[in-house]
Each structure stands twice: as C-alpha cells, then as structure tokens.
Ligand binder design. Sequence first.
Ligand SMILES: N[C@@H](CCC(=O)N[C@@H](CS)C(=O)NCC(=O)O)C(=O)O
Length: 208
Amino acid sequence: MSSLTLNLGFWALPLRAQPIRYIFELAQYPYQQTNYTFKESKEWFEKDKKELGLDFPNLPYLIHGDFKITETQNIINYALDITKQQNLQGYGLTRYKVDNVRFLCDELIAKIFLASTKTGEEKKAEINNSVNPKLKYLQGALGNKQFFFEDKLTLADIYVYTAVNGLQHLLNDEYKQFVQTFGPFMKNFEEIPLIKAYHSSNRYPKLS
Ligand SMILES: N[C@@H](CCC(=O)N[C@@H](CS)C(=O)NCC(=O)O)C(=O)O
C-alpha cells in the first residue's frame, strides 16, 4: 500500500486540509500535494474537478493509487489509519473529547476564512457570532496547559493550532485578545522537531 503514490489535493493554504498534512508530516509518511491557487483556480474548477475521476469532487481530495476519496474528516481517518497514528485520537472517553475539538475547529477554520473575506459590519458580525465565541470556549478548555488532553499531542492540538494560526494571519486584530492563552500553546506546537522542520520546508503552504 505504502509504495503507491499518495496525493493530497487542496488550496495552497494551511486551512481546512492542513491537519491532514500534519498527520503525514508527523509520521514522515511520503505524500505528494497538488496545491491549487485562487489565481489559477481553473486548474481545479475547469480541469481536475472534472477529470480526476473523483466520485464526489471537492477539495481536499486524496488519491492513493486507484483509491480516491473526498470529505476532510474521511481523509483524516484514512491518514490516521495508514500512518498508524490512532494514538492522536486519544483513548477511551478522551477520544470523544478530542473529536469535540476536532469538529468544532473544522467549522471554526472555515468561519475564520469566511470572516477574512468580508468587510465592515458583515465582517464584525461574522467575527462576533461565529469566530470569537468558539475561541473563548477553546481558551477556557486549554487554560494554561500546553496540550488539550492527557499532556500529549492529539488531533485536538493539531486542529486548534491550525485554527489559531489562521486567526493570527487572517484576522490579526482579533488574535491579540487571545495571544496570552494561545501564544505559549502555539510556540509549544511549533517547537516539535518534525513540525519545526516542516514549517521551514517548501512543503508548507504558508499564509501571507
Ligand atoms: N464537506 C467538505 C467541504 C469541502 C469544502 O467546502 N471545500 C472548499 C474549500 S474549504 C472548496 O473550495 N471546495 C472546492 C469545490 O467546491 O469545488 C469537507 O469537509 O471536505
């Protein structure tokens, strides 16, 4: 299975599909990427969306040999399986706590991006209704810990890092009120050796 080429298709942004990239990076699992840009969005909408043979074309998609799937959470599950990193889901009841954060952040990441595309009152409303309340819940759940659960890295940390990194770059004014809680958490994640190496590699699609 692992000798087959695995390709992850998404926008060249560290947003919704970014946790999938972290899962491969943390396992040092070989993967390729097709990172589409908004400027050349025709590559996706006019070409690959029609031609890749996906049953339910969307971004992200994963193609592993002849096996083709979409839906972010489906791809996350597959990536955890093939990299044998089910430990990132936690154990026992913690699994459901981890997934609580995972699914909340999946939505939050999309809302942060959406808010960043708006202006004026519309932007303010999106931030006040959909973004900041969730960040406050996360802030309360993290407290002054370095990891969300069991003193070790789980998918919850990967998801919160991705969301807060999006906030920091796309809605920087909002990030300021959360920096005291999330600053040390972000730094802790960035200091993980495999993450550090990945962030400075050309495989990491940076924001701005
Ligand atoms: N339910 C899907 C939603 C995917 C989605 O909304 N993808 C956006 C980017 S976050 C996109 O640009 N899709 C490309 C398309 O609609 O063709 C998932 O969780 O993967």
